[in-house]
Write a protein that binds this ligand. Structure first.
Ligand SMILES: [Mn+2]
Length: 415
């Protein structure tokens, strides 16, 4: 049983948060439509041990349930979860599932055991006008080459075997639309995650020269997050010198060279909501060149902030920022013209992404920004031939007229 950490402050997500999310979702779907969603399954790590469990974000958003192997059913008439069957042996090792606890967390009408739950679910699907689920269209998550958790895929197979099933529709776009706008309790979770991440970065920079190896800093981050009842929202990046040029460098196992820049990209996760902060620090004395590059990125970020306001899409912002980036890269004598391919040699990623239950949260780059959306602003310049990379990343909330920097209290060094 994955119950709440009793040391955490009061649970900021009441059952009403989840039941309201369910109502909102159903109100956006056609009359008579039902929703069936799979929780994540456990992922095998070695023979009979699993990776730490992390719930599928949409399933959590609609139930709050931190249990693998469940299936959620929603209609305008009833809402329930089908819990997986657990043998006596399984219960001895992993504990029993408590239906009453799951019901209290989620506010669902019912928690059914597997067999009777599926019988009921099948009947209700047959009577529905359409069945909405997450259709795992791509077996692999294209940009990162990741394999999807198999649970959603298996659920689709199981639904397709129901006789006289009405049409199967993808619920993902509707869920994305809902999740884009953050509610007050979600912002509380994010602010808590940001506060602990900032605290960890502050602790680490009291004396950066006391660390010999990148892994010592990664361990310090883990220690502080865990002490605060949080986990990492993603594998932290602790990259000394040239390692910062590998964008997703997560080995964190090299000696920290002195008189180099050190890039730390990390975020604590609280109730599923992750911070995503990057700072680039000096270890020892920096050269003029290193200082110029760091200052260049800091200035770029100030110019980037000014692009964020309601009504503008990320696509527009990314396009406008390329020209701003080109000016800085020319000033640093890294490029001569305005060619996209030259800029991409030193700035090979996006300026921004949505932030929320998934660290790279759902949402389209073509959607005009609206109050309540949370995004990152993260310009970076990477120069492998000079063994340095600088990225500065903050998290912002779009407001009625512009934006609010949620990470403004996280120290930002000037060199
Ligand atoms: Mn990021």
């Amino acid at each position: 049983m994955y119950s709440l950490d009793k040391n955490n402050p009061e649970n900021i997500f009441k059952a009403s948060f989840f039941s309201q999310n369910r109502e909102k979702l159903l109100s956006k779907l056609p009359e008579g439509a039902v929703v069936v969603l799979a929780a994540h399954s456990l992922m095998q790590r070695s023979r009979d041990t699993a990776y730490p469990f992390r719930q599928e974000s949409n399933f959590w958003y609609l139930t709050g349930i931190q249990e693998p192997g469940c299936v959620l059913f929603l209609s305008r008439k009833e809402s329930f979860v089908v819990a997986p069957q657990r043998s006596i042996t399984h219960e001895i090792f992993d504990g029993a599932i408590s239906p009453s606890e799951l019901q209290a967390i989620s506010g669902l009408d019912e928690i059914y055991p597997s067999r009777s739950g599926w019988r009921h679910l099948r009947e209700l699907c047959q009577q529905a006008s359409a069945v909405y689920t997450r259709l795992p269209a791509k077996q692999y998550y294209q940009p990162a080459g990741l394999q999807l958790n198999g649970a959603a895929h298996r659920l689709v197979g199981r639904l397709k075997r129901i006789k006289q099933l009405p049409s199967l529709q993808d619920v993902t776009p509707t869920l994305q639309e809902l999740r884009l706008i953050k509610q007050p309790s979600e912002l509380v979770a994010l602010r808590n995650a940001i506060a602990v991440t900032s605290q960890a970065l502050e602790q680490i920079t009291i004396d950066l020269t006391s660390y010999n190896n990148e892994r010592e800093i990664a361990a310090e981050l883990s220690y502080i997050y865990q002490q605060n009842g949080m986990t990492h929202g993603y594998e932290p990046i602790v990259a000394s010198g040239k390692n910062a040029c590998t964008l997703h460098y997560v080995e964190n196992n090299q000696l920290i060279a002195s008189n180099q820049l050190l890039l730390i990209d990390s975020g604590a996760e609280f109730f599923g909501y992750s911070a995503d902060i990057t700072r680039t620090f000096a270890v020892g004395e920096l050269s003029q060149r290193q200082k110029h590059v760091h200052q260049g990125v800091a200035d770029l970020q100030q110019q980037a902030f000014a692009l964020f306001r309601p009504g503008v899409s990320l696509r527009d912002i990314e396009r406008a920022f390329m020209d701003i980036m080109a000016v800085t890269l020319r000033e640093l004598s890294l490029i001569t013209g305005n060619q996209q391919k030259d800029i991409r040699c030193y700035y090979p990623h996006a300026l921004s992404h949505y932030l929320g239950l998934d660290v790279h949260d759902v949402g389209s780059y073509d959607t005009p920004l609206e109050p309540g959306m949370v995004l990152t602003v993260e310009p970076g310049i990477y120069i492998p031939e000079e063994a340095m990379g600088v990225r500065i990343e903050d998290n912002i909330l779009i407001t009625e007229s512009s934006y609010q920097n949620l990470t403004k209290d996280c120290q930002q060094p000037r060199y």
